[in-house]
Design a protein around this ligand. Structure first.
Ligand code: T1G
Length: 655
């Protein structure tokens, strides 16, 4: 088996080239190859050593497929120490994303350069870990405590220019990296540059209060997560202890995290997200259709957000509404959203203007004759949707993909309204559609393979996370939301208050408790839908009596200033005695005996409701795998990734 690490003596520079697709991860073979290359370079006439990678990126980290398996030598810290100990200058040349252990290899080198598009990062915290090969000790010595804490607790990479600014790289190489790096190595050797070991450098002075301040911030921003706090401990050690002692603390904290539940959950989630993008049984090379222009029907909140999702990926959009007035309203929603993105610093003025210019309005379906994809985003009226698809069938060119953004309706019935059901698919975006990353790709019985493959590829292009769902009421996410909502209603009637339920779930890790979610969505939406149903169709009164009574008391949710809570101008919720009274009246009317309910019971019943429905969804083949459901709930419903997703958690907690 040839080593993925190649060594050549080029112009008296020992060039170590790593070639281990797809991302040059630090597999055992790569670690062994690096150790052998250092031995060779130490013994030959090379004046300096260069570490560089072939393929798409510099080393993107430890090989996470090895995690959870017996550790095999050489360990990564040994490789890092071996590189740093070299008696001749070692230079790391970075392109792509030098992440995690990959950047720790670069930190072990004595000098670092990168191409302008290169990025460096320490994303271990996203796997519930911390940089475990000296990163917590070397980074602050080069960049200072503040920059080191930001880099490691956020896990967000920075670009070459930012890295240079804080001292994490020394030079940006324009043009060919290998050529430029070899030239720099020769210059360093010629000027007698010595090995510059980071571990021997003093840490820049810092304000000792920064650690307690950071801990307090993380207690809010990363509530319940252990890795961020461990990172602060290690950086504090770097600032207060000798290097060797700090390294020892890093090693023990890393091992603790690696063996912990949160890292297991986050590593599961890392692979689940990538697995979800693959469709069982669909050949990887399934052809895809060109999508260079899109039509969106309906300029409401969803239609506007969907139009932006495509425009932000530089795909021209035609937004169709039924009248000039409705179109004007739709376009003004988009203008407001772009202004908001610029205000929040998410987009520059220029980028926002360029994207906005790609959205054209029309009240004429004929304007959709040549688009490659249409997304229907009108309100949830099955009859209207079928009429629209019949019209599209007559207007759109052959091969155009016809998608519906419906949250619940039967995609097969919508497809049957056309002569081309194989071109029909569901693309279920989540509100706000230009921000939420989840995209449920709903596969109709007749949806063609190439249409599916095109949608999965397009999702990545518009920076969404796609999950395939079969056709059922509510697909994956909204279907699981039903029993979750029903349990929350039963808990209210049995004795819990809205604030107790929401606080219990938010302390457990949910981004937002169920009652606050329903206030945000609007209680009047469900109320209106129920008015069209018979009592039998409505289901158990216990599942809707309280929201009905709230709406009838003019408490429509956050948008009306009150729902389960009363809201101030900043939408901050306050518990409300009137609501407690309404709940008590509903419980009495339905004959519920009220009692004290523990937070533990609240969590178990609500999460249990999600898990049970998720298991049915898998049994019915609506979801391809349980990890897909985890991806849906983390990206679409604020489930904490550090608990792995409902299905991972349910199995681990034996729910
Ligand atoms: N190990 C093994 N495989 C990896 C990998 C890794 N670190 N990173 C990616 N892959 C695989 C991935 O599963 C997929 O495989 C393919 O590469 C393309 O990935 C001691 C302990 C690098 C930004 O957390 O962020 O170092 O599905 O689809 O969108 O301190 O992958 O094709 O078979 O994501 O272009 C720290 C994780 C590890 C980086 C590329 N490093 N990776 O994104 O492609 S912990 C990370 C990423 C660590 C040390 C600690 C991204 C990417 P397949 P992809 P992409």
């Amino acid at each position: 088996m040839t080593s993925p690490v190649n060594y050549t003596l080029t112009e008296n520079i020992g060039v170590v080239t790593i070639d281990s697709p797809p991302v040059n991860a630090l597999s055992r073979a790569v670690r062994q190859g690096l150790m052998e290359a250092m031995d060779t370079a130490a013994a030959d006439a090379s004046e300096a050593v260069l570490i560089i990678c072939n393929g798409r990126t510099f080393i993107a980290g430890a090989d996470i497929t090895e995690f959870g398996k017996p550790l095999m030598d050489p360990w990564l810290p040994e490789v890092v120490d071996r590189i740093e100990a070299m008696n001749k200058p070692v230079i790391a040349a970075i392109h792509g994303t030098a992440l995690g252990g990959g950047f720790e290899i670069a930190l072990a080198a004595h000098y670092r350069c990168a191409v302008p598009t290169g990025k460096i990062g320490l994303p271990e915290v996203k796997l519930g870990l911390l940089p475990g090969a000296g990163g917590t000790q070397r980074t602050p010595r080069l960049a200072g405590v503040d920059a080191a804490l930001q880099l490691m607790t956020s896990g967000v990479p920075i670009d070459a220019a930012q890295a240079m600014e804080v001292g994490l790289i020394d030079r940006i190489v324009e043009g060919d990296l290998r050529e430029g790096a070899i030239k720099w190595a020769k210059d360093l050797a010629a000027t007698g540059a010595a090995p510059r070991r980071t571990s021997e450098q003093e840490i820049p002075p810092c304000n000792a209060a920064v650690f307690s301040e950071y801990r307090a911030t993380l207690a809010q921003r990363a509530r319940g997560q252990v890795a961020p706090q461990a990172i602060v401990d290690c950086v504090e050690a770097a600032a207060t202890l000798p290097f060797a002692d700090g390294l020892e603390l890093e090693r023990s904290k890393f091992t603790e995290l690696m063996d912990g539940e949160q890292s297991a959950a986050l590593r599961h989630f890392f692979f689940a997200e990538r697995e979800a993008a693959k469709i069982e049984g669909l050949p990887k090379d399934t052809p895809t259709r060109r999508v260079e222009s899109v039509g969106v029907i309906g300029g409401g909140t969803m239609g506007g957000g969907i139009a932006m999702s495509f425009a932000n990926a530089r795909i021209p959009v035609t937004l169709v509404e039924i009248s000039d007035a409705a179109l004007e309203r739709g376009l003004s929603i988009i203008d407001r959203n772009y202004a908001g993105s610029v205000k929040r610093g998410k987009l520059t003025e220029e980028d926002a203007a360029a994207c906005r210019a790609l959205v054209k309005g029309s009240t004429d379906y004929a304007s959709l004759a040549e688009v490659d994809l249409v997304v229907e985003a009108v309100f949830e009226d099955p009859k209207l949707k079928k009429e629209i698809f019949a019209k599209l069938d007559g207007v759109c060119k052959q091969g155009a993909i016809l998608a519906t953004n419906t949250s619940y309706q039967d995609v097969n019935a919508i497809a049957a309204a056309t002569q081309r059901p194989e071109d029909v698919v569901g693309l279920h975006f989540f509100s706000p559609a230009h921000i939420m990353k989840l995209l449920e790709v709903v596969r109709g019985n007749k949806t063609a393979d190439d249409v599916l493959a095109t949608c999965m590829q397009l999702a990545k292009r518009i920076r969404k996370v796609p999950v395939v769902s079969g056709v059922c009421y509510g697909f994956i996410g909204n279907r699981m939301l039903q029993p979750y909502a029903q349990q929350s209603q039963l808990l209210l009637l049995e004795g819990a208050t809205p604030e107790q339920i929401d606080t219990a779930m938010e302390d457990w890790g949910m981004a937002m408790g169920p009652l606050r979610v329903f206030d945000l969505a609007g209680l009047d939406v469900g109320y209106k839908a129920r008015q069209a149903l018979s009592d039998a169709e409505k289901g158990e009164p216990a599942t809707y009596l309280v929201p009905d009574m709230l709406v009838e008391a003019d408490r429509h949710g956050q948008k009306s200033g009150s729902g389960y809570y009363t809201y101030d101008e900043q939408h901050r919720p306050t518990p409300c005695p009137e609501v407690h009274e309404i709940i008590r009246r509903a419980a009495a009317k339905l004959g519920f005996e009220r009692r004290e309910i523990s937070d533990e019971e609240i969590v178990n019943r609500l999460i249990g409701a999600l898990v049970n429905e998720g298991r049915k969804i898998i049994e019915e083949g609506i979801a391809q795998r349980s990890g897909d459901i985890d991806v849906v709930y983390v990206y679409g419903y604020g489930f904490p990734a550090w608990r792995g997703g409902p299905m991972f958690y349910g199995d681990a907690a034996a729910l």
